[in-house]
Design a protein around this ligand. Structure first.
Ligand code: ZN
Length: 203
């Protein structure tokens, strides 16, 4: 049994949003077309309380893109984004939700970020996605969404670590590319972890 996991396709990550991913809109038609090939489709939604510690605005003198140490992990600082209940946090209006079974929230703890749709960045708390997939007999996960070099990357690495056969839909992802080539390096890292990099027409 296989499932499609659509990562963070939200207004703030689209052009015009607070943390716009270049060409982020391009993943929406791919995500919509993919859904018919899967018996189970879920979404993740970055869902921060106000004043989340991943926001540069919470750290005097820091700017988006700066690195700090947050608890025990390195944290890149971001503009305020995906604040619970705001329009920016909403899933993209053009994303087809008819076949989406469940939406998993992440990043809800003010003190720790969560790039992965499975765990926070310290692997302390679980979003519930793992149990949800396992209870339904899912052994194969396909990942698409935003952004390649953060939430897609960490979701994929966790899926592999949890033992899922894992595919990443290259044309269904776009990268932030804070440093040029981050997206390409992320695909390479996912491949090294045993994920198959594929395209939507292979689904
Ligand atoms: Zn976030």
């Amino acid at each position: 049994m296989r499932a499609l996991v659509l990562v963070d396709i939200q207004n703030d990550f689209l052009p015009g949003g607070a943390l716009a991913v270049p060409d982020g809109n391009a993943v929406i038609p791919v995500a919509n077309a993919l859904q018919a090939a899967f018996p189970l489709v879920v979404c993740s939604q970055d869902w921060h309380p106000t004043g989340h510690k991943s926001f540069a605005s919470q750290h005097p003198g820091k700017r988006p893109g700066d690195q700090i140490q947050l608890e025990r992990v390195a944290q890149t600082l971001w503009p305020d984004h995906c604040v619970q209940g705001t329009r920016g946090a909403e899933l993209a209006a053009d994303l087809d939700m008819q076949r989406v079974d469940t939406v998993f929230h992440k990043g809800t703890d003010r003190n720790i970020d969560s790039y992965s749709t499975f765990f926070d960045n310290e692997h302390r708390k679980d979003t519930g996605l793992r149990d949800y997939l396992e209870k339904r007999g899912v052994d194969e996960v396909w990942v698409a969404g935003l952004a390649t070099d953060y939430c897609v990357l960490f979701s994929t690495l966790d899926a592999r670590q949890l033992g899922f056969r894992t595919f990443v839909v290259e044309d269904g992802c776009r990268a932030v590319d804070l440093a040029e080539g981050d997206g390409e390096r992320a695909f390479a890292e996912m491949a090294r972890a045993g994920a198959r990099i594929t395209r939507s027409d292979q689904a």
